[in-house]
Design a protein around this ligand. Structure first.
Ligand code: ADP
Ligand code: MN
Length: 292
């Protein structure tokens, strides 16, 4: 009897100790945090997401979260600081949106990289975060200006912060452009590079997903981007080009007709289409972490 009690109390103690560690971890996180309080985080995120954030903090990928940059329907973006004091952007996908699940299926289905993903909401959202991470990696390695991907775990993605000290760079749609024709040409090259070297189509390119920072454009929000072998790649590319043309026409640019624009991009993809990727992957110090 006594032994059983001791046995029980031993496992109970173990459980309690574990619990205490979790709470202490959380308190440390809360104390450090000035602008974001726990109540806010807990309202928005479920327990697994909170644990993922704490894990990233324990691993040093994140020292603290600072403020909300954007609160979308499907994800939140926070500014944060890593262990070296550098600003990072933390994009957290909401695991509760059923609408989101429906919306992302067409982009996941048809992408050979995600052939074996289960179709329940949590797995889908996690692969969505992985997909954004890998697309950023591919684009970055191809020399396309995107936020440099740093870490991904479950539904939380950490990347380079574009902007200054937690203040995000302005979006194209909110920025007066001095030389729109020049920027249009640069974006044309960007789309081409993304296609020919990263072998990707952005699939949601518009003035909302382009930032202007230090006089240059940075494209981002690539979770829905698809590889060229995706059956809808062509349709998505045309839509991207139509969006660019629509916006730059408003700015008075004499745009290239979409068909011509499209042909030029596709032609560049047929040429030296080798993407300089696989070798680079092993070199990256920040590999995505995946859980079963
Ligand atoms: P959504 O799916 O909500 O459109 P986005 O990836 O477009 O998500 O991010 C939403 C907003 O967060 C952007 O409009 C931008 O202002 C900000 N943001 C996203 N990524 C970064 C980043 N790496 N650095 C700075 N701000 C960012
Ligand atoms: Mn966006």
């Amino acid at each position: 009897m006594a032994e059983t009690e001791r046995g029980l109390s031993r496992s109970k103690t173990k459980r309690l100790k574990h619990r205490l560690r979790v709470v202490e971890k959380r308190d440390r996180f809360l104390r450090r945090d000035r602008t974001l309080n726990a109540a806010v985080l807990e309202e928005v995120f479920d327990r697994p997401t909170l644990m993922t954030i704490y894990d990233l903090m324990n691993q040093g990928a994140l020292q603290r979260l600072e403020g909300t940059v954007s609160a979308g329907k499907e994800s939140r973006v926070y500014s944060g600081v890593d262990e070296h004091g550098n600003y990072v952007a933390v994009k957290i996908y909401l695991t509760t949106s059923a609408e989101f699940r429906r919306g992302m299926l067409p982009y996941i289905e048809g992408d050979p990289r995600f052939e074996h993903v289960k179709h329940n909401t949590r797995s889908l959202i996690q692969s969505w975060a992985q997909k954004e991470f890998r697309n950023l990696q591919r684009a970055h390695e191809a020399g396309v200006r995107v936020p440099k991907p740093i870490f991904v775990k479950n539904n939380v993605l950490i990347m380079e912060f574009i902007g200054r000290e937690g203040l995000p760079a302005p979006l194209l749609k909110d920025t007066p452009i001095k030389d729109p024709t020049k920027l249009y040409r640069l974006l044309f090259q960007t789309v081409r590079k993304l296609y020919a070297r990263a072998r990707l189509v952005h699939a949601d390119l518009s003035e909302y997903n382009i930032m202007i920072w230090k006089g240059r454009s940075v494209i981002f929000d690539v979770s829905q981007s698809v590889p060229l072998e995706h059956p809808m790649a062509e349709t998505f590319l045309k839509r991207d080009l139509e969006n660019l043309n629509r916006y730059f026409k408003l700015l008075g640019v004499n745009v290239i007709p979409v068909d011509q624009f499209y042909q030029k991009v596709v032609k560049s993809g047929r040429g030296n289409g080798s993407r300089q990727d696989p070798a680079g992957q092993g070199r990256s110090p920040h590999r995505p972490r995946r859980e079963g």
